[in-house]
Write a protein that binds this ligand. Structure first.
Ligand code: ADP
Ligand code: ADP
Length: 240
């Protein structure tokens, strides 16, 4: 079963009379537990594709299924609830909330669970006491056990990205979507954060879809897809 499926996916940005077709007719299946890199030149449409897969933007053609749910059929609220439950996001910039501690930032997505998706039963939102142990454990596993009460402004760049990785995993998502998650770090810190993401994904059996221009990182994933002139083609990781 695929955790994310794209069928005939297309996107054209329309601004007034200006049309920017990015791609059309893309097919993609991401299976449980696998790691997939999306590579391609700047402007090829990698971020656009990732946003569509994550339900952050709406396609102009085709359909995305997340965990079997057809995204276009869901209300905005239900789509938000599904995103929070089934997906984790890590961006180039951490997007942690500055006024909250690392621990609180990691707990937040867990506190927002219990929302309905597609007519299923809405659970009760969990309490802080219920989610805190998991958030602590994750922060410890990313090496931030000694930084639980620090706010993002008191953390280094690498520490902030590691907190963002912990936050992405706290709801045990089916898939983590990463858009250049190490792109803002120096090479050594980037390698550490990348290794951590791979280790945690494998340990949790979470799928990972990673947009990167860094071929040395891309070739370490199970599959590599190259976006070029509106087409997505699979390339052998060893050839990247
Ligand atoms: P990549 O991530 O591969 O660098 P993007 O997905 O960011 O590529 O962009 C693909 C194309 O879509 C580019 O031509 C870019 O200028 C255009 N584009 C991206 N976002 C928007 C937007 N919000 N409005 C209009 N055009 C956009
Ligand atoms: P249902 O909850 O049975 O789907 P409702 O009429 O109560 O139907 O909700 C309408 C839409 O809003 C549904 O798509 C539902 O998933 C969503 N929704 C309602 N309440 C919540 C909530 N507390 N959190 C998230 N989504 C919600």
């Amino acid at each position: 079963d695929s955790v994310i499926r794209a069928e005939g996916l297309g996107k054209t940005y329309r601004e007034g009379k200006l049309n920017t077709p990015v791609f059309d007719g893309l097919h993609l299946d991401v299976y449980a537990g696998e790691t997939v890199a999306i590579i391609g030149a700047s402007g090829a449409g990698k971020s656009t594709l990732l946003h569509l897969l994550g339900g952050l933007d709406v396609p102009t053609a085709g359909e995305v299924y997340v965990d079997g749910h057809r995204m276009s059929k869901l209300s905005d609220r239900a789509r938000g609830a599904l995103r929070n439950r089934a997906l984790g996001f890590v961006y180039q910039f951490h997007h942690l909330l500055p006024e909250f501690t690392a621990l609180e930032n990691v707990m937040l997505p867990a506190l927002l669970t219990g929302q309905a998706v597609d007519g299923d039963k809405r659970g009760k939102p969990p309490t802080v006491a219920e989610v805190e142990p998991k958030a602590r454990e994750l922060l410890e596993s990313v090496g931030l056990g000694h930084r639980l009460q620090h706010k993002p402004g008191e953390l280094s760049g690498g520490e902030r990205q590691r907190a963002a990785v912990a936050r992405a995993l706290v709801n045990r998502p089916a898939c983590v979507l990463g858009d250049e998650p190490t792109g803002n770090l120096d090479d050594r810190t980037a390698a550490t954060v990348f290794d951590l993401m791979l280790d945690l994904n494998r340990a949790q059996r979470t799928s990972l879809v990673l947009v990167t221009h860094d071929r040395s990182l891309a070739r370490r994933l199970d599959r590599v897809l190259e976006l070029h002139e509106g087409k997505l083609r699979e390339v052998a990781p060893s050839s990247v």
